[in-house]
Design a protein. Structure first.
Length: 255
């Protein structure tokens, strides 16, 4: 079974002691493709180094995470744009809005997202969206930018059925991760009835480990636990969900 982890920070410091072992565990678990979102200028070197070590498995994105947006975010986006013009990337991302920690930089986060949405269109790349306590605001910006060419994924989606339909209506995918396995994660409220063509699987490692590893460091090898939960909620065989979500990721990210 071939699985794609569509969102994994495998390059993060938390994997420094056993990064290559984690990569081997992922491959043993059937996770043959890992798409890595960038965070900011400080994560680029480690991300690209891992991609160079495992070029058949690991694929980098390029973007600015909303939690890294400062009042001088334009300088960070100049670097993102320079990298996008320098070499191929799987996507722009991760970008988006995060109002969980701090609402004081909402205007700057919104402008940074607008710019990255335009980058995605300019470079004909998908965009990977982080939305925490900010779904409506993020969706509104995507709607304003959507000209029929914009595509991407709302990663770590755990919203309502109405929000899921709004994402699909925008032509975007839903990234489903470890939260779907949580007792009150909400996946049972929106996943049943969603067509497989709209779904990607992800871990968002090292964060949000699925049950029974909740609270511990997450890693791509745990993706089959997400697969199992999604297949159960959809009432579909795991092999069918694996095949469809892997195909969706390959098409979206041009892998």
């Amino acid at each position: 079974m071939h699985l794609t982890d569509s969102h994994a920070h495998l390059y993060s410091e938390q994997f420094k002691p056993d990064r290559l072992d984690a990569l081997r565990r992922a491959q043993d678990a059937g996770v043959r493709t890992i798409v890595m979102p960038n965070v900011d200028h400080s994560s680029i070197d480690a991300m690209l180094e891992l991609e160079a070590q495992a070029p058949e498995t690991c694929f980098a994105m390029m973007g600015l995470h909303p939690c890294s947006v400062t009042r001088s975010f334009e300088q960070d986006l100049y670097e993102v744009e320079a990298w996008l013009g320098r070499r191929p990337f799987a996507a722009v991302g991760e970008a988006g809005l995060d109002l969980y920690w701090d609402k004081t930089l909402l205007a700057e986060q919104q402008e940074a997202l607008r710019i990255q949405l335009e980058m995605a269109k300019k470079h004909q790349l998908p965009i990977v969206l982080h939305t925490r306590e900010a779904f409506a605001e993020t969706a509104a910006l995507v709607e304003a930018a959507q000209d029929g060419t914009l595509r991407g994924v709302f990663h770590c989606f755990s919203g309502t059925a109405a929000e899921a339909e709004r994402v699909i209506g925008l032509g975007f995918k839903l990234g489903i991760g470890g939260v779907s396995t949580f007792k009150n994660g909400g996946a049972d409220q929106f996943l049943p009835g969603i067509d497989l063509q709209h779904l990607l699987l992800e871990t968002d490692c090292p964060y949000l480990a699925p049950v029974p590893h909740r609270g511990k460091r997450n890693e791509p090898a745990y993706l089959p636990l997400v697969l199992r939960r999604v297949a159960a909620l959809l009432g579909r065989p795991e092999a069918e969900v694996a095949e469809a979500t892997t195909r969706n990721a390959a098409e979206l990210f041009n892998l």
